[in-house]
Design a protein around this ligand. Structure first.
Ligand SMILES: Nc1ncnc2c1ncn2[C@@H]1O[C@H](COP(=O)(O)OP(=O)(O)OP(=O)(O)O)[C@@H](O)[C@H]1O
Ligand SMILES: [Mg+2]
Length: 308
């Protein structure tokens, strides 16, 4: 662990703020990812996670703050960010639906091939060599992600879970030093999620640091060396899985309950005291009311749990 934290970060985001008109979607967020790390970014819906990714990858120009990769400030242009060594997948899958699985990965390889337009048009020996090398690398990545037997399928015909894997393969085709994954297991069944977990570990073991957004807490806490929690655009907590899991502010942020000087608790104590008094004073009538109230509260709790 010590070696990880003392190495220079691959990614350094400093004071990143993104405002849309009156709405501050991301507010002064600092985050570092070191080589060999898998870092999680979690937070309730609308917390600003995807917006933060968009700021890191040049889709958005942050209103304030800087983003550096291996010590150099990244230009806010997606293709330059990819070229520098940062690749990503999207929360809403973005594949070329009518291209094959292999072709989708070849598109991702594009930033790493040097052959220019004329070379491609004339299909000279240099182009053919580069094309063969790209294809070989793309097939390697399809093996790595478990999609090799689907290389010739149209990407739109893949099941949802495999489309997500293909997005990862395509992102890896640019040989990134840092991979950003936005909800990689959304819509996956438990087996696919487990396989994706293994895939992310394997990506890290091959030398690519990973920053991952996910709502599946089991996935996040199994996988990540460190987790940062965004709430209403701000970083609320950052730490190991253990630290973050046991932080009451994180639990409160997810459940939408207050966490400091919890007024709910005081209210509950008042109700309890009043009920005790009423039961003592009026006997049967008081008890009937109390029972009714408890029944309603129980029903509400059950519904809330269903929705989680
Ligand atoms: N291009 C935009 N223009 C205006 N507002 C935006 C834009 N993009 C995002 N927002 C707003 O910024 C806030 C953060 O959205 P964001 O998509 O980053 O949240 P998120 O944490 O990724 O949520 P989820 O978990 O649902 O994906 C939301 O209030 C959203 O409506
Ligand atoms: Mg999002």
């Amino acid at each position: 662990m010590t070696t990880i934290t003392t190495t220079n970060p691959v990614l350094t985001a400093t004071g990143v703020t993104m405002r849309f008109g009156g709405l501050t979607a991301v507010r002064s967020v600092d985050l570092a990812v070191h080589p060999g790390e898998i870092v999680g970014l979690i937070g309730p819906n609308g917390a600003g996670k995807t917006t933060f990714f968009n700021c890191l990858t040049g889709l958005y120009v942050p209103t304030e703050g800087t983003v550096s990769y291996k010590g150099s400030v990244l230009p806010p242009k997606p293709h330059l960010v990819t070229q520098a060594g940062v690749a990503r997948t999207f929360q809403n899958i973005r594949l070329f639906a009518n291209m094959t699985v292999l072709e989708n990965v070849l598109v991702g390889r594009h930033t790493r091939t040097r052959e220019g337009l004329w070379s491609a048009l004339l299909r000279g020996p240099g182009f053919k060599r580069a094309e063969a090398a790209s294809k070989e690398r793309a097939m390697e990545l399809l093996e790595f992600t478990g999609l090799a037997d689907k290389a010739d399928h149209l990407s739109r015909n893949l099941p949802y879970g495999e489309q997500r894997k293909l997005e990862i393969a395509r992102a890896l085709a640019s040989d990134p030093g840092l991979l950003l994954l936005d909800e990689p297991t959304a819509g996956m069944n438990p087996q696919e999620t487990r396989a994706t977990e293994e895939l992310v570990f394997a990506i890290r073991d091959k030398g690519t640091a990973v920053l991952v957004i996910e709502h599946d807490m089991r996935f996040i806490f199994n996988l990540c060396d460190r987790v940062a929690v965004l709430v209403q655009g701000q970083k609320l907590v950052e730490g190991t899985s253990d630290v973050v899991q046991s932080d009451e502010r994180v639990v409160a942020a997810y459940l939408g309950t207050p966490f400091e000087g919890d007024p709910g608790e005081a209210e509950a104590a008042e109700v309890e005291a009043a009920e005790a008094g009423a039961a003592g004073a009026t006997g049967g009538a008081g008890l009937t009311n109390t029972t009714g109230a408890t029944g309603d509260a129980g029903g509400t709790t059950a519904r809330t749990e269903d929705e989680q």
